[in-house]
Design a protein. Sequence first.
Length: 143
Amino acid sequence: MHKILFICHGNICRSPMAESVMTYLVTQAKRNHEFMIDSAAVSREEIGNGVHYGTREILRKYNIPCIPHHARQLTVKDAEDFDLILCMDLSNIRYAQRLVPEKYHDKIRTLLNRNIADPWYTGNFEETYRDVLEGCTKLLNEL
């Protein structure tokens, strides 16, 4: 079983988008039984909040179901339980490494080999969606 945790700053835009897209891709490939997929934040700012309306809208545009979700923060238990902790940018990696013991740092990397822009700041959910789709598609093909 591939256990994947997507990480972004607040867990309301990029990481739940990635969780939704990856879940959709895995379902379309009929590989649900092979994956456990979740998402979390490196900050506590949005804990308990639902998925950002911009993320919900872009997922709706592409007919991808938005996962039921409330923001939560990355925990040490997550680091123990998940095989891959995929961050949306380098800043998320630095914060994630502060939240979990060093022995789990080898699980932490970016989804793409570049930063995925935060639409909370850019307002460009389309660009973020394209990057998330690219990263999730590559990941599914690798696994």
